[in-house]
Write a protein that binds this ligand. Structure first.
Ligand SMILES: Cc1ncc(COP(=O)(O)O)c(C=O)c1O
Length: 388
């Protein structure tokens, strides 16, 4: 039991985490029982009774409502995508950008966000990368804005060092300067609360295979429905305000749907969407604020332990500027990653060290095991952290 929720009960829902020290939710989360059950329900319905599809479609809308709740949005503002990259590409290509316009991004931010916008160079749009210090806020962007700046696109939380950027301050700047604002929340979603309206985002995108607990292949897009000028680059019947009931395309009636459905194409990833519904129920039962608080506490324990071992933390230490659940220890990945694997500790190699990333099921014992494994090698081989 933690002060937030019964973490031992949560662990029972993720059997894989009892077989190893799983500190890699920033890569993907292990499958939980509710998600497995939802996937199995879909499989047996398809296998034994061939649907019916209408039931599956109803479940899409139920899940959409849960996503809207998570984002502080309404259902009309939520679209399902394949992953973050698709969400970012939909956003980049919907913005009314022309040759000479520029978009601001952060150097070293995730490439799946960056390339969606870099591809607009073909249209003559300039992508300006601002430097990435430990803190990124409105003042970081301000000096780079000129009359041709039309948008800012950035991550809420970085994958490689766990920065948590000031998305509210940047949102206010976008409002002040009348810029479109696109957010990649892939590393944050499911652990760090998000309120699309408070943030003032135009688009928010993510995948669901980390904090949202669903296997790869499903993504989400939030669209501010007051931005009706933003139209999809691709079109299918489902994207239209009036899809033809007789399935004969009408060239004279191609207005996009008034909802985020305008950005959706064809059939959906039905099993994954149903699994997401189950995952969101689990997150909702625990409470995302509590998951966040639990991860912050584990992070404090990790930082204190690294300090004792003399291992530097890459990225911010303070709760204001760090993510609750993503930490990078300055242990050269090429020297350490195989060692961790040999000890059944699952972590990820990153640019500047080894990433320890947490989920709702992690415990103090996981943190202590990681630290003990570092200490064991550090003391026996004399290895220590990379210089500050
Ligand atoms: C910030 C960020 N964006 C995007 C992705 C992944 O993109 P996609 O969902 O398209 O695979 C990741 C990591 O997987 C990420 O950390």
């Amino acid at each position: 039991m933690t002060q937030y929720y019964d973490v031992q009960a949560v662990r029972k829902l993720f059997p894989a985490v009892e077989k190893m020290t799983y500190l890699d939710s920033g890569f993907q989360t292990p499958m939980s029982k509710p998600v497995k059950d939802a996937l199995e329900t879909f499989i047996s319905e398809g296998y034994e009774t061939a649907g019916p599809k209408s039931v599956w479609i109803d479940r899409i809308e139920q899940t959409r409502a849960k996503v809207a709740g998570l984002f502080g949005a309404v259902v009309e503002e939520i679209a399902f995508t394949k992953n973050t990259s698709e969400a970012m590409n939909i956003a980049a290509n919907a913005l009314p950008l022309k040759a000479g316009d520029n978009v601001l991004m952060i150097h070293g931010d995730h490439p799946n966000n960056a390339y969606a916008f870099l591809n607009l160079k073909k249209k003559g749009v300039e992508i300006r990368f601002i430097p990435m210090p430990e803190v990124v806020n409105a003042d970081s962007f301000r000096p780079y804005i000129d009359a041709n700046t039309k948008a800012i696109s950035m991550s809420q939380v970085t994958f490689h060092a766990g920065h948590r950027f000031d998305i509210f301050g940047v949102g206010r700047l976008c409002k002040e300067k009348n810029l479109y604002y696109v957010l990649d929340i892939m590393q944050a979603v499911g652990v760090v609360p998000i309120d699309a309206k408070k943030v003032g985002a135009t688009f928010i995108g993510c995948g669901t295979h980390k904090g949202l607990l669903v296997p790869q292949g499903l993504g989400l897009l939030y669209w501010d429905r007051t931005r009706t000028e933003l139209e999809p680059a691709y079109l299918a019947a489902i994207s239209l305000a009036n899809p033809p009931a007789d399935f004969i395309a009408r060239p004279d009636d191609m207005a996009p749907a008034p909802t985020a459905g305008r950005f959706e194409l064809g059939n959906f990833n039905l099993p994954a969407i149903q699994a997401l519904g189950a995952a969101l129920d689990l997150i909702g039962e625990l409470g995302i604020e509590k998951i966040q608080a639990h991860c912050f506490d584990l992070g404090d324990r990790l930082i204190a332990g690294l300090d004792v071992l003399g291992v530097n933390l890459v990225g911010p230490r303070d709760r204001l500027n760090r993510a609750p659940h993503i930490y990078v220890a300055a242990l050269p990945a090429e020297e350490w990653i195989d060692y961790f694997a040999s000890k059944d500790v699952r972590v990820s190699p990153e640019r500047d060290g080894v990433r320890i990333s947490l989920g709702m099921f992690n415990t103090e014992a996981d943190i202590d095991r990681f630290l003990a494994v570092v200490k064991e090698r550090g003391t026996s081989t004399g290895r220590s952290s990379r210089a500050a």
